[in-house]
Design a protein around this ligand. Sequence first.
Ligand code: ZN
Length: 127
Amino acid sequence: MTVGPVDRDDATADFFAGTAAGRLLLRQCEHGHYSEPAVTQCTTCGSLRLDWAPAGGGASLVSWAVTWSQENVPTVLVIAELDEGPWWWSQLTGADPAGLAVGTRLRVAFARPDGDHEAVPVFKLVG
Ligand SMILES: [Zn+2]
């Protein structure tokens, strides 16, 4: 299982304009709380006044699962807590799953599973 090609629609156009520019955009209310991109109100205070705000790109590993191809190549799917608070589900690329631990530092990167489709956030190990 890998991250497959995705395309923008009216609801995701702003988000994918960000990923195309190398930015992971979150929603932020007037009180500074961050929420995941798909929400229509702040997940902390309920505010309906949300703007887009770029995440810094840092995250910590919360949990992961590994699948193995027939050629014994691992695919690592992770849940990571962004430094801004929201959790993000994606693929961790270029990492040996044997070295992972809860709290492992990650950074957001972007991949284009198919060059004709949108850039999607993935994670890489820090360092
Ligand atoms: Zn809020």
